[in-house]
Design a protein around this ligand. Structure first.
Ligand code: GLN
Length: 542
């Protein structure tokens, strides 16, 4: 098969949209009738993203097969509508781990194993595997960080080696930033020229330059970039800031991104009809949304210096947006730090001003008591409430304390010696924790769940068997199930293999719903996720 590879690399600085560029190209290629997959390579030594704190890394995205990845994998899934796997994510740590294991197993036949070429060769074989297992016409490879960093040299080396061997099958897209300094008031191309030159130093000539800026790039600057970076002005794609990341595929298409790529790799459109029409309809619907839905996310936030990161909840935010658009409305999200309810319980009354409240996932005991206060308020005041993973555990703790009157009910994650551990760690997890085996050992990825009939869960899913993604160590303690149910907690979803509680709800409430899994990870912009769609629908009615 004549498979094509497109590397997406960043110059000047990170955080300017390599992930969205990759995701948008993915969508465009698919709209032209090609199969395409995307892969993220992160330069850090961590084997995966699972062991990093939220301030270091932001959200950890989880695939069906349980890989703990970078949030870009989430964007690839949202833009392509397809589920990806561990083959779509690679780190320096994973590459070295594999090479060292192979060496220990004598798989290099007594050779001296060297950084070059064995490391880039391993990278190349993984890139090829991602294409082969998905049987894709195109594989997009996003290299994390920016060029010129010592950390990703070996990944660029892999790109160079692949391009050298098969120039017509490998493209390199450089995503670069064009600043408009206030004092000058003019868009500057020099940083992009330097980035392109840095790439040349690594033996690579960019084929396309995506120019990110606050404004569109005019022809004068396109020509300048063309001259100094050695590319056709038509291969400079203007990518100004947009209201929404989902606008980018259409913006790229205006700049003929798809056409340029196909021309370079010598392919023509597989499907004649314009394949972005569904996407266009969705964008139109999104832009015309009139109603406003006020959602509070009660969580714990992560501060770095003067900045607060909401990055850790990116999939939750996207899932709310998708569901709002589906309901012809637009989200108004407020971030509420639960710790303030611990200091002043009365403050929780502010939640009555919202159409719905979400308590998202999380780890560690900071802010937990405040979240319990919020769950209690939503239950008693009948405010639509959605608990995600930790959020569900919070709802169970609150119910145990205040309805079942189980004194000091808690999760053993927060209070090892509490008298009523309604949330507890699974048996097999205890052994892992005792031996400090933290990496990749949570209950991860897709697990089945059976839905009980005559429940809200059944109304939402309209089927009995579902599968959702997980990332947690603690569970509802089955010992307390009878007492929780006797007091009116409905357990509406259970994992059939291990008899674990997956969904809880209560009656006589517009919507009080908790899930042990992360439905936000599977929400797609064109359809939304049934739980979020239902939640937003109820919130609008409120
Ligand atoms: N800390 C909880 C657990 O490990 C919840 C995890 C989460 O919200 N993802 O079970």
């Amino acid at each position: 098969m004549d498979r094509k590879y497109i590397f997406v690399v960043g110059g000047v600085m990170s955080g300017i949209g390599k992930g969205i560029t990759t995701s948008s190209i993915l969508r465009i290629l698919k709209s032209k009738g090609f199969s395409a997959t995307a892969m993220k390579i992160d330069p850090y030594v961590n084997v995966d993203a699972g062991t990093m704190s939220p301030t270091e890394h932001g959200e950890v995205f989880v695939t069906d097969d349980g890989a703990e990845c970078d949030q870009d994998i989430g964007n690839y899934e949202r833009f392509s509508g397809e589920d990806l796997t561990k083959d779509n994510y690679l780190t320096t740590g994973k590459v070295y781990q594999t090479v060292i294991n192979k060496e220990r197993n004598l798989e290099y036949n007594g050779k001296c194993v060297e950084v070059v070429p064995h490391i880039p060769n391993e990278v190349i074989s993984r890139i090829k595997r991602a294409g082969a297992v998905t049987d894709s016409d195109f594989v997009l490879i996003e290299i994390g960080g920016t060029i010129g960093e010592y950390q990703n040299l070996l990944f660029l080396e892999a790109a160079r080696m692949m391009k050298l061997k098969n120039p017509s099958s490998v493209l390199v897209v450089l995503v670069s930033y064009l600043p408009i300094p206030k004092t000058i008031g003019e868009m500057k191309t020099k940083p992009t020229q330097s980035a392109s030159r840095l790439l040349n130093e690594a033996g690579i000539q960019p084929d396309i330059i995506v120019g990110r800026s606050s404004m569109p790039i005019d022809n004068i600057r396109k020509r300048k970039i063309s001259t100094f970076c050695n590319i056709d002005p038509e291969d400079v794609i203007s990518a100004p800031d947009t209201d929404s990341i989902y606008d980018v595929p259409l913006l790229f298409e205006k700049e003929k991104m798809g056409e340029r790529i196909l021309k370079k790799v010598g392919k023509s459109v597989k499907r004649k009809r314009e394949g972005l029409s569904e996407w266009k309809n969705f964008i139109e619907k999104k832009n015309n949304a009139k109603k406003r839905v006020k959602i509070a996310i009660v969580g714990k936030y992560f501060e770095t210096g003067d900045f607060v990161l909401t990055d850790s909840y990116i999939s939750v935010i996207e899932a709310i947006r998708h569901a709002c658009w589906k309901n012809n409305s637009k989200e108004e999200i407020s971030w509420i730090n639960s710790e303030k309810y611990e200091k002043n319980k009365k403050k929780v009354e502010e939640l009555s001003h919202y159409d719905g409240v979400i308590v998202p996932g999380g780890f560690g005991d900071r802010g937990v008591e405040g979240k319990i206060i919020a769950a209690n308020f939503c239950r008693e005041k009948k405010i639509p409430f959605l608990g995600l993973c930790l959020g569900m555990q919070i709802a169970v703790i609150e119910f145990a304390r205040n309805v079942c009157k189980l004194k000091d009910a808690n999760s053993t994650e927060f209070s090892k010696k509490c008298s009523h551990p309604v949330i507890d760690v699974m048996e097999d997890q205890k052994e892992l924790l005792k031996n400090n085996r933290y990496g990749g050992t949570m209950r991860l990825g897709a697990y089945e769940c059976k839905i009980a009939s005559k429940t809200v869960a059944q109304k939402i899913y309209k089927k009995r068997d579902i599968s959702e993604r997980h990332r947690h160590r603690f569970e509802v303690n089955n010992y307390f199930r009878p007492i929780l149910e006797e007091n009116g907690l409905t357990i509406s979803g259970v994992n059939p293999q291990h008899d674990l509680v997956e969904i809880i709800e209560i009656k006589k409430h517009p919507f009080y719903f908790g899930v042990q899994f992360h439905p936000e990870l599977k929400s797609k912009p064109l359809t939304g996720h049934p739980i979020f769609n239902y939640f937003v629908d109820i919130a609008i009615k409120r």
